[in-house]
Design a protein around this ligand. Structure first.
Ligand code: AMP
Length: 211
């Protein structure tokens, strides 16, 4: 079987990162994630393509979208060296979705569905261990080790103010991308409010059915 080409959609906080990491490992495909790529290039000078902001870091902190030309280039480059992949965090608007069409075909398009209330709860309670990159949640998944607990930090864009803006941007720009795949009849919906294990079982079944 050829390696699957998977697109995962869903709101910020829906669990795309967690499920994508599992897919990458299980199906032996590359995890292509624009959010991580942009965080690794936070200080890049993009003042020539944006009127208001100079770097991706400033845009992310405001909860806005980084210009299409920047993310399109990241994805095009990553796809050129990948056979199978799970694409996470892109496309975030219809223009990016059109761009993606010219870059590759997809075997599976799935979306994780989570209520607005739960998304806010998950995002504002999310914390990261700066030493390992491991993700925790203050309530759902606190670290057992007190030393780890003390050094946890919040992602710059997980504050309540930025989360509200990220969700607004999601509804305005990214929800129409989900509608697009839905209208084409290729969208698989997974209930993202289950436990991570149950979500993973459904995700795996959807992919195995499709390829
Ligand atoms: P994420 O880790 O996917 O939640 O992305 C974090 C932030 O990175 C987003 O709020 C955007 O500012 C930026 N970002 C990630 N992916 C994209 C994309 N495809 N288009 C524009 N901005 C993006």
């Amino acid at each position: 079987m050829a390696q699957p080409r998977i697109l995962i959609l869903g709101a910020p906080g829906a669990g795309k990162g967690t499920q994508s990491a599992r897919m990458a490992e299980h199906f032996d495909v590359e995890h292509i994630t624009t959010g991580d790529a942009l965080r690794a290039n936070k200080e890049m000078d993009i003042s020539d393509v944006h009127d208001e902001y100079d770097t991706p870091g400033e845009i992310m902190e405001a909860g806005e979208l980084v210009p299409d030309e920047v993310v399109n280039a990241i994805v095009e480059e990553a796809l050129s060296s990948a056979d199978g992949f799970v694409l996470d965090g892109y496309p975030r608007n219809r223009a990016q979705a059109e761009e993606l069409e010219g870059m590759t075909d997809l075997d599976v398009v799935l979306t994780l569905e989570v209520s607005e209330e739960e998304l806010i709860h998950r995002l504002t309670g999310r914390r990261m261990d700066p030493e390992t990159g491991d993700i925790y949640h203050l309530e759902y998944n606190p670290p057992e080790d007190e030393t780890v607990e003390e050094r946890l930090i919040q992602r710059d864009d997980d504050t309540e103010e930025t989360v509200t803006e990220r969700l607004r941007v999601y509804h305005e720009n990214t929800a129409p991308v989900i509608d697009l795949y839905d209208e084409r009849g290729v969208l698989e919906r997974v209930d993202g409010e289950q436990s991570p294990e149950d979500v993973w079982a459904d995700v795996q079944a959807v992919i195995e059915d499709a390829v």
